[in-house]
Write a protein that binds this ligand. Sequence first.
Ligand code: FE
Length: 299
Amino acid sequence: MTSVHLSKEQRTVAGIISSVETLEGEGMVVRRPFPKSTFSDFDPFLLLDELGPVKVEPNQAKGAPDHPHRGFETVTYLLAGRLEHKDSYGHTGTLSPGDVQWMTAGAGIVHSEVPEREFGRTGGRLHALQLWVNLPSRDKLMPPRYQEISASRIPIAQTDDGSVTVKIIAGSALGVSAVIETRTPIIYLHFTLQPGATVVQPVPRDYNTFAYVLEGEGMFGAESERGLDGQMVLFAQDGEDVTITNPVDAIAPLEVLLIGGIPLNEPVVRYGPFVMNTEDEIVQAFADYRNGRMGTIHV
Ligand code: FE
């Protein structure tokens, strides 16, 4: 009988979740690992959407025009194309590849997320991710906040041999820390692993942590479980080190997000664009939106 010796510190994989295709906004096709009926949230995370990569034809770009949010944060990470943001608090911004927008909806905001006009006219490659991060009940009605971080301000770290590169959107990796402020401690890292490369990323034991594969096929966790493009790999809370490997025979770099945060352990009541702790708070959110208390967008 053989025994398998696993490092006490290496997390194992608790599950692999495949994305489903769904329609958002004006009819954008997105790949969504969650929420779905069998897997509604991964506390403190509420949703992950991957838009594209898709080749948008001229004048065919679709977006998500004016709509509200309350009770959580939306994090948009653009990989290709150009998106335009406007909201009822007067924030405007254009996202270019590599830029991140961290919007804390808090008490309520109305925003529009659409392709930038010139990009819409010419078309081109579009690829974006959106993550929803829940807010603790004490912050659900906080004043909205908008952080836009251009690609040039997002720290990048690399191993000495150049086999692993990481963009540090939140948290820290390879000794480098992010510039974004988050309400609760979050890591959001974009790793690029060359064939044969392995990264061991320490993540505090109490963080719920998942990887999402953007491109390629990786090996995850203490038992080297396989995760493919479009799949979400859930790690168990059984160690501190998260291990990711791009197999030596891979033909391309592995592009993967590693996202983690401390669970809030609070009731989640969600309805469309609002995520609160009770049904009454959802009813209140609809009333406040209808009464214009989340504002309107003035261009
Ligand atoms: Fe939105």
